[in-house]
Design a protein around this ligand. Structure first.
Ligand code: 5GP
Length: 188
């Protein structure tokens, strides 16, 4: 049986990474995909662990061989899901989680309509900005760009199968766990 494909999406700073870091170790037979990006690594990020950090030319080559299941320009850099890794695991019956932006999420749904789209929302734009500032990973320009993009990203939340509001981390993690641990069709 093929694995389930989950797409976890939402604005930068909503806490997707933090929530997944809490939840994924508790799930069985699930794989969190490692995306390719042209964004330079942040301090502490490792190639092949957090992302595959590619040059623009390398990213172009992946697109040329149809090697990406989806890709999008997000906050001025390109990010994409490596098709082969995802398809291989799904075929092995392993559940796959993609942590990607809404543009990518909708591309995945077009290609694989069985994908389950989960939206992680911040409780408010104020909280989102505070979290991004506290994270300390972005320049002021990048932070402003992420906040401006969040408006459009938040507008599409109703198109998702589930929305998890990340207000209290523990509660949000439990909610996300329930969505990811549930096998569709077996919950009745
Ligand atoms: P960051 O630079 O903070 O790691 O990620 C910026 C945004 O890019 C986040 O919203 C993240 O979900 C998104 N992203 C990461 N990987 C992918 C991917 O493979 N495809 C798409 N479309 N977006 C991605």
């Amino acid at each position: 049986m093929a694995g389930n494909l989950f797409v976890v999406s939402g604005p930068s700073g909503a806490g997707k990474g933090t929530l997944l870091a809490r939840v994924v170790p508790k799930l069985e037979a699930v794989w969190l995909a490692i995306s390719a990006t042209t964004r330079p690594p942040r301090a502490g990020e490792e190639n092949g662990v957090h992302y595959f950090f590619l040059s623009n030319e390398e990213f172009d080559s992946l697109i040329a061989v149809d090697g990406l299941l989806e890709w999008a320009t997000v906050h001025g850099e390109r990010y994409g899901t490596i098709r082969q890794e995802v398809e291989q695991r799904l075929n092995q019956g392993v559940d796959v989680i993609l942590e990607i932006d809404p543009q990518g999420a909708f591309q995945v749904r077009e290609k694989l309509p069985q994908a389950i789209l989960i939206y992680i929302a911040p409780p408010s734009f104020e909280v989102l900005e505070r979290r991004l500032r506290e994270r300390g990973t972005e320049s002021e320009a990048s932070l402003q760009r992420r906040m401006a993009n969040a408006v459009g990203e938040m507008a599409c939340r109703d198109s998702y199968q589930a929305v998890v509001v990340n207000d209290d981390l523990k509660i949000a993690a439990e909610e996300l766990y329930r969505h990811l641990a549930c096998v569709p069709g077996e919950t009745d």
